[in-house]
Design a protein. Sequence first.
Length: 64
Amino acid sequence: MESFFGSMQIELLDRREWATRVDLANGIFEWIEAFYNPTRRHSSIGYVSPIEFETRHTAAEKAA
């Protein structure tokens, strides 16, 4: 969790001022759903991002 919050602090929170709590909440949601979750590497899938894993899986299914 420390790594997650550290990344969010550096990559999102420290880069701008947030006018309202709603703006901040929306920014956090967008960062998690549009950047962090799809692109971070997961140890359980061979240290690749979910997008890369899906691409490889789909290509393997089509080749079979």
